[in-house]
Write a protein that binds this ligand. Structure first.
Ligand code: CP3
Length: 350
């Protein structure tokens, strides 16, 4: 990578350097769900596509959505605009999004033993996503890190089994007890699909990827190893067979002290933590293992004012002795005022 104005000088991407364990003067910042409904310009492009999944498969619209938060706030990373549910969609379990309700899929039936699914993901179906990556890569400032992503198998399987979001993920937890062989087969299919999908994302141009285990908090102490840590480790190992330098951020939302397992046992470069985790504990326990990403409560950004400032300062201070990527502890919510986001970015940058 070279700077076009000064070819002799290599360009540093501060966020990518942090993923590599190099602490920066100020922590780089991006925000989960940074492209989304809190942005008026997002709502405008979003209105051009009725079905959200079609929006994800439109390179023009998805490229624009990816770049919007970079233009407005100059975040240190852009995250590909897509969704974790394109993977089941590309396995033949068609996904739609019902307005104000969320995703809907025809639930997998145990007795069908995965016969509804393809053996491998349909890369043709996903080709618009790779096209989006190529276009974003062309348009991004050189200092901006480009992140791809996928959902972790347990989180994606939860939607595939229930056909929608479910309180405390009861349907998949019951399947784990009653039909563990079935769940094992499904998780394996997702491990293989995720390896293929992430390798294609890297080949198309992303610098690093985040794996979202949004439902880590629903797992028991023994379940977390079997259904989350092990499959994530298999994905990371599988991708690194193709791309030995591939870099991963792993986010086990709601996993409490088990965030240690995500840091230590998955092969991730960075451990992302949710807003329930005490930053002082995380700095002592996780940061010596891996750079940490997080973990401001998204609602502190909605509230703004002194609350926001104090919490931002507390997080900056707690993680000041090692590599840290500033982020929220989960996705930004649609009601967030734009001036609060500006205030946050300014404060993090000093
Ligand atoms: O972070 C980003 O800006 C990149 C894009 C991104 C989206 N979804 C866009 C999106 C990413 C990384 C995701 C991940 C995702 N999707 C997760 C894991 C992260 C998390 O939040 O825990 C999950 C569980 C999903 C599944 C999903 N997608 C749900 C449950 C919903 C509906 C809920 C909602 O907020 O409406 C979505 C839709 C979705 N994905 C939207 C966006 C911007 C909103 C849809 C719209 O604009 O109409």
């Amino acid at each position: 990578m070279v700077n076009s104005l000064n070819p002799a000088k290599p360009v540093e991407k501060p966020l990518l350097a942090t993923i590599d364990g190099k602490q920066q003067k100020r922590p780089p910042i991006w925000i989960m769900r940074q492209a989304g409904r809190y942005l008026p310009e997002y709502k405008q492009v979003r209105a051009k596509s009725k079905n959200f999944i079609d929006f994800c498969y439109s390179p023009d619209l998805a490229t624009e959505a990816t770049l919007q938060p970079i233009r407005r706030f100059g975040f240190d990373a852009a995250i590909l605009f897509s969704d974790i549910l394109v993977v089941p969609d590309a396995l033949g379990q068609s996904v739609s999004f019902v307005e104000n309700e969320g995703p809907r899929l025809p639930p997998l039936l145990i007795e069908n033993n995965l016969s509804e699914l393809r053996g491998t993901i349909d890369l043709d179906r996903l080709s618009p996503v790779f096209e989006t990556i190529a276009r974003v890569k062309e348009a991004l400032p050189v200092e901006t890190t480009f992140l791809g992503f996928c959902g972790a198998p347990w989180t994606v399987a939860s939607y595939m089994i229930a056909g929608k979001g479910t309180p405390e993920q009861a349907p998949i937890r019951l399947v784990a007890y009653r039909h563990p062989e079935f769940l094992e087969r499904l998780i394996q299919r997702l491990v293989e699909s995720s390896i293929t999908y992430l390798c294609q994302q890297i080949s198309a141009g992303v610098d690093a990827v985040q794996i979202f285990e949004s439902f880590a908090g629903a797992l028991t102490a023994d379940g977390i190893e079997q259904w989350s840590i092990k499959p994530i480790r298999e994905i990371i190992d599988g991708v690194r067979k193709m791309y030995p330098q591939a870099k991963f951020i792993v986010f086990g939302r709601g996993s409490g002290a088990n965030h240690i397992k995500y840091a230590r046992d998955t092969g991730a470069n960075v451990v992302a933590i949710d807003w329930s985790v005490d930053p002082t504990w995380a700095a002592q326990t996780l940061q010596p293992l891996k750079p940490v990403q997080g973990n401001l409560d998204p609602l502190a950004v909605v509230a703004g004012g002194d609350q926001l400032d104090r919490r931002v300062d507390g997080i900056l201070e707690a993680f000041s002795k090692g590599p840290h990527i500033f982020n929220l502890g989960h996705g930004i919510v649609p009601e967030t005022p734009l001036d609060h986001v500006e205030r946050l970015v300014k404060r993090v940058r000093g």
